[in-house]
Design a protein around this ligand. Structure first.
Ligand code: COA
Length: 434
């Protein structure tokens, strides 16, 4: 059948599409700014009709009606990355967190993560009947391949982005044409502390480097300090507006990349409408499934690969907790460890973990003798390399336990240094040299 006839036959509505979701099913949903909107709304409106439906999602930007209390008991959520809107629901109320590297999700789909129904967003089809998955490639292809029913909202406002980021009309069961704005992520102007961290990180970035930038306030602050660098490249899990700004200024051009030369490579994009317009049809940008972008052996093929991620706390040994505050699951591992490892294997690579020296309005030191009880170790002491705060840089790789503690105390907030030094002197039975 000609794809245009097939397209017409498959046009559906959210109400009709959700009839393919049954009690006990697992529904895998789109991620971040590409979270579908119409099907979740229809599911929430009809939540009384469902029992024990499992929903797998990661971050969902904007309001997610399926996370509202009236859906508890009808839908259960499982996720390996939490954000503000899902934290309480998944942690306590109607779901559970499962620890997993983001890169492993595509292979888990159909196995550890069952997938009866896949619900994603894409662009309307091009002349050959292909839709771009737009701003989130991630695990979408894996879910679409194994699902019994594939429901796609073809959104006119979704940017068309290339790479390995296409599905064909023949792979879809329900096509829901629509036009609604994508949720946006706005970053604030970096504070003085964040700007200082950005400057320290920038001092570690040499011309010709390929960068991965993680999630949170710090990556944005780092990008703002890179304006005087040359020939930078991007191979990242995600990126936001700061990367587009440096592309427009010619600082990021990928000219010296040793893999995907000239291209900005990621698995998802999250930012403002201005960013979504910039990436639409932009041939410099390519998205790939997360099992490719986050594979340490792929990452390592980038000469001068530098990973820059953030964390919640670090202990004297250099154990990095990035995803839980004590027992409380706060986010997820994402690609942090994969990029730390990829960067450490890469020729002239570096991995950086950057954080403000304090949290909770300056009342807590993020550098601690011990992690908060219950905290999950994200990056181990064997993998850690550079730790950066607003007070400087500690290079932990190759350092002994005692030297690590000394280096970390030197970049801790001065208000907390006396108590850290007390613990240091008790543990190492020697005087701290300032
Ligand atoms: N104890 C108590 N509270 C803490 C804390 C600690 N050790 N560390 C942070 N907090 C609080 C902060 O004060 C802040 O609270 P507030 O919003 O009320 O001010 C909140 O927790 C968030 O901390 P912050 O450091 O501002 O978060 P962020 O938005 O910059 O994100 C991470 C930082 C670490 C959560 C985020 O980078 C992450 O999830 N990383 C893991 C995944 C990853 O690195 N992926 C990379 C590939 S994309």
């Amino acid at each position: 059948m000609n794809w245009k006839d097939e397209y017409k036959k498959k046009i559906s509505t959210p109400e009709r599409a959700i009839k393919d979701i049954h009690d006990g099913d697992c529904v895998v949903m789109g991620h971040a700014a590409a979270v579908p909107r119409m099907v979740p709304q229809a599911m929430a409106d009809h939540c009384q009709d469902y029992n024990d439906v499992l929903i797998f999602h990661m971050t969902t930007l904007g309001d997610n009606p399926l996370l509202h209390p009236r859906c508890y008991g009808h839908f259960r959520h499982v996720s390996n990355f939490l954000s503000g809107n899902s934290r309480d629901t998944v942690n306590h109320l109607a779901g559970d967190f499962f620890p997993a590297y983001f890169k492993d999700v595509p292979e888990m789909i159909g196995d550890e993560i069952p997938c009866d129904v896949a619900v994603f967003q894409a662009t309307p089809p091009n002349d050959d009947g292909y839709c771009s998955l737009g701003v989130s490639c991630d695990y979408a292809l894996a879910a679409i391949r194994v699902a019994k029913h594939v429901i796609i909202e073809t959104n006119e406002m979704m940017p068309f982005i290339g790479g390995e980021n296409m599905i064909h009309i023949s792979q879809i069961d329900h096509i829901i044409p629509c036009a609604y704005p994508l949720p946006e992520l706005h970053s604030s102007t970096p504070s003085e502390v964040e700007a200082a961290i950005g400057r320290h990180c920038a001092s570690l970035v040499t011309d010709g480097s390929t960068l991965q930038l993680g999630i949170g306030a710090i990556p944005n602050a780092v990008l703002q300090e890179l304006g005087d660098k040359n020939d930078l490249g991007i191979h990242s899990e995600m990126f936001s507006d700061g990367v587009a700004d440096l592309m427009k200024r010619g600082v990021i051009n990928g000219r010296r990349k040793t893999l995907h030369r000239g291209k900005v490579v990621a698995t998802f994009i999250m930012g403002t409408r201005e960013l979504y317009d910039f990436v639409d049809g932009n041939e410099q940008i390519e998205l790939f499934p997360v099992n490719y972008t986050n594979d340490p052996f792929i990452i390592a093929q980038n000469y001068r690969m530098i990973s820059i991620n953030s964390c919640l706390e670090v202990d004297f040994m250099g154990q990095v907790a990035s995803e839980s505050i004590g027992m409380r699951q706060f986010s997820g591992i994402g690609g942090q460890v994969d990029f730390v490892r990829g960067a450490s294997i890469a020729r002239e690579g570096k991995s950086i973990i950057a954080m403000p020296s304090t949290a909770a309005g300056g009342t807590i030191s993020r550098i601690k003798p011990f992690l908060t009880p219950g905290a999950a170790v994200s990056t181990t002491r064997n993998d850690v390399n550079y730790i950066v705060t607003e007070y400087g840089i500690a290079r932990l790789k190759g350092r002994t336990l005692q030297h690590r503690a000394e280096d970390l105390i030197r970049i801790a907030h001065p208000d907390f240094r006396p108590q850290l030094i007390e613990e240091y002197e008790r543990r190492f039975m020697s005087k701290f040299q300032a």
